[in-house]
Design a protein around this ligand. Structure first.
Ligand SMILES: [Zn+2]
Length: 383
């Protein structure tokens, strides 16, 4: 079995310009590396929820339970202004101790560390009493229609179960070793519309101005108490993100007004109970309105238990830092995985993710490789 150099593997991944939904061979680079370790790789393709076909990967070493799973994504966001990058964003350059390129932090560096950490584990300990698997998608940065969820459905249909999962999103805000994510807030967007009758401002009795109603409804949303936070979550938060009337004339009462708000919510709610609360508050404020919701993700939590403790100990052993548990930030594919098994997230430092000039210290990728090896050691020791 070949050892894997995590930096070389990360460079090979970055050199595949896998901007969602394109794969450009990125999944294959990882699958080849895992096959070299003795993994059985299932290269999956899904377009079942519409949109372009997506490349996904499920790879497994061993056939026994428990099955420890590394999860992540090979797709990346677009590079933005290519001219603003010092080097080609898909060159994977290493300069002065930093690995540069789109996906270095989010999250090709972490994928390489997972593969290299697994190689190091197998080299030291041989086959574990159980299995190691990789659940990798090419559809995380997009709408996640045909990604992790599809792969999990494929696994379920085959009776493939996973027992614990570490997802390699960049969880650390500034320094490797500070932050493990054990859950995420939910997200939903409300589109509120109020209609009236257009008319001349000098003859308001001949018109019906929808804007006072819109203002009252929005005031009701602003004043609505949500919660004060829970054991592992910050308070839920509602933000009005736009108010649109589009009326350029000072002497015209407009026919309609619209507003959009987004709510990041904790485990006090699910999207249905929150929608009921919102509609109740708007109904109490009075007046006709139309409201549509788009749910991006429910809130979820893996309460701190054995898996989180294993990751914490492995992080401390490699970095000397005792990471904190957090549920901040946007949602992640853990929202699909947590239905199947405990899942926690730990990866690189996210400071430059999605930005021009994305980069990550080489030392962090090496340290993360040690952390992932340490996670496997602790997991299979306790299994
Ligand atoms: Zn990511």
């Amino acid at each position: 079995m070949a050892a894997i150099d995590p930096i070389e593997l990360a460079q090979a991944l970055i050199r595949r310009p896998s901007v969602t939904p394109a794969d450009e061979g990125a999944i294959g680079v990882l699958a080849d590396a895992l096959e070299g370790l003795g993994f059985t790789c299932h290269r999956l393709t899904s377009d079942e929820r519409g949109g372009p076909a997506i490349a996904n990967l499920y790879a497994r070493f061993g056939s026994e339970a428990p099955n420890f799973c590394f999860a992540g994504h090979t797709d990346v966001v677009p590079p933005g202004d290519v001219a603003a990058w010092a080097d080609n964003p898909f060159s994977g350059t290493v300069k002065q101790g930093y690995l540069h390129g789109r996906g270095a932090a989010d999250m090709k560096g972490a994928l390489a560390a997972m593969a290299a950490g697994t190689a190091a584990y197998l080299e030291r300990h041989g086959a574990p009493k159980g299995s190691i698997s990789f659940l990798i998608t090419g559809d995380e940065e997009g709408r996640a229609l045909n990604g992790t969820r599809s792969a999990l459905e494929w696994m379920q249909a085959r009776g493939e179960t996973i027992d614990a999962c570490v997802l390699g999103e960049p969880t650390n805000p500034e320094r490797l070793g500070t932050t493990i994510k054990i859950g995420r807030r939910g997200s939903m967007t409300g589109r509120l519309a109020v209609r009236g009758t257009q008319g001349h401002v000098a003859y308001p009795h001949l018109a019906d101005n929808p804007l006072p109603r819109l203002v009252r409804l929005l005031a009701a949303l602003i004043d609505l108490p949500l919660d004060n936070g829970t054991a592992h979550f910050d308070p839920s938060n509602l933000e009005i993100v736009t108010i649109d009337v589009g009326n350029p004339a000072a002497n015209v009462i407009p026919a309609k007004g619209e507003a959009v708000f987004n709510i990041r919510f904790n485990d006090t709610y699910d999207s249905a109970s929150l929608e009921a609360l919102i509609r109740g508050a708007l109904d109490a404020a009075g007046g006709g309105y139309a409201l549509e919701f788009e749910i991006t993700g429910e809130s979820f939590l893996t309460p701190p238990g054995p898996l989180a403790a294993i990751v914490k100990d492995a992080v401390e052993a490699a970095t000397g830092l005792r990471p904190a548990y957090s549920t901040t930030g946007g949602t992640s594919d853990a929202r699909f995985i947590h239905h199947h098994c405990p899942v926690v997230e730990f990866g690189l430092v996210g400071q430059t993710m999605h930005k021009v000039g994305e980069n990550v210290p080489v030392a962090d990728v090496l340290s993360l490789t040690d952390i992932y090896r340490g996670v496997l050691e602790r997991y299979f020791r306790s299994a």
